[in-house]
Ligand binder design. Structure first.
Ligand SMILES: [Zn+2]
Length: 333
């Protein structure tokens, strides 16, 4: 018995993988296995009971040797995999990207207006001349069109020069009251320099209802600039001209760099221009069949790049488009 058991142990130890283990099991317990054949020959034994007990003991021994070797092989495999690895080292962290500064500022602007109850609308980048100009009170051949250096696709289509067409599209779709902002990319045929780009971003906003007054415009934009740049900064409204608003105003905020004292960023004026705004021109309301005798509204628009530059102290607009990771990785949303 001891001799047979020694052989069984040696055979189990010789198995080096699952296939070897299967071979080992077959050699003893398979259809023609050694132990199986012993069971078959029991009928010829003198003391059947004693012989049966011994053969059974061998069968159990084979099974326990199988399990022992199997566990041993698994542990060796695990140890091999861990060899050369310092398990006390901290785990690798998945590299996490950062949001683009334009995206960060865009999201911030959206969330400020959404907290005031504005909803968001979008429009096409390739726009019809009608929505980009005509419906916004820029008649054909009007000199105000020259202020927008436009990329024309054909006679009636162009790359939108501002996000204001979304104002018209939204007013065509829904009746007042309306409180909407429209963020998006816009295009001008400008040469690229530190403060100009052929592609940039705007957020348009407008509100239309009965009894909307200039004081509502002032209240909303004053709150917006305070949320964006800080509650201690004052705003001021200067008369201006846009074809689609009357009266129109540029909105200045006290310089974010010097808090109004005067510095290089604000050219020593203490003020920075950040928004264009005004009361929606009655002709724009008429174009979308809203009665200007009953309804009034205000509209405004701001350049997202300009706001991001002021917020983060960036002095060259081209940095936004150059995909330099050393620049982009400095922004964390
Ligand atoms: Zn300043």
């Amino acid at each position: 018995m001891e001799e047979i058991k020694k052989n069984i142990t040696a055979d189990a130890d010789a198995a080096s993988d699952q296939a070897g283990l299967a071979q080992f099991k077959a050699k003893y317990l398979g259809k023609k296995g050694a132990v199986t054949e012993m069971f078959a020959s029991l009928k010829d034994a003198a003391d059947k009971k004693e012989a049966g007990r011994r053969v059974n003991e061998l069968k159990m021994f084979v099974e326990s040797e199988y399990t022992r070797r199997e566990t041993q092989l698994l542990e060796e495999k695990k140890a091999g995999e861990l060899k050369g690895i310092d398990v006390t080292l901290p785990a690798y962290r998945a590299a996490k990207g950062t949001s683009h500064p334009i995206t960060i500022v865009m999201e911030e602007i959206k969330s400020i207006f959404m907290s005031m109850g504005f909803s968001i609308e979008e429009g096409p980048d390739v726009e019809e001349d009608y929505y980009n100009f005509t419906a916004l009170n820029f008649p054909a051949e009007h000199p105000a069109r020259d202020m927008h250096d436009t990329f024309h696709i054909d006679e009636t289509h162009l790359l939108r020069t501002h996000t204001s067409p979304i104002q018209v599209r939204t007013m065509e779709k829904y009746p007042p009251p309306l409180k909407v902002i429209a963020p998006g990319r816009v295009y001008r045929r400008d040469a690229m320099d530190a403060t100009h780009s052929t592609v940039f971003h705007q957020v348009e906003g407008f509100m239309v209802d009965e009894n909307i007054r200039f004081s509502d415009l002032k209240g909303v934009l004053d709150l917006f600039t305070k949320e964006l740049f800080g509650a201690d900064l004052k705003t001021r409204f200067r008369p201006s001209f846009f074809p689609f608003t009357e009266p129109s105003a540029e909105v200045d905020v006290q310089c974010v760099a010097c808090r109004g004292k005067g510095c290089g960023v604000c050219k020593n004026t203490g003020w920075l221009e950040i928004l264009g705004s005004g009361m929606i021109h009655p002709n724009v309301l008429r174009a979308v069949k809203i009665d200007p005798e009953k309804y009034s509204g205000f509209a405004f628009g701001c350049g997202v790049e300009r706001i991001a530059m002021l917020k983060y102290g960036i002095d060259d607009m081209r940095l936004f488009f150059e995909n330099d990771l050393r620049f982009l990785k400095q922004f964390n949303s």
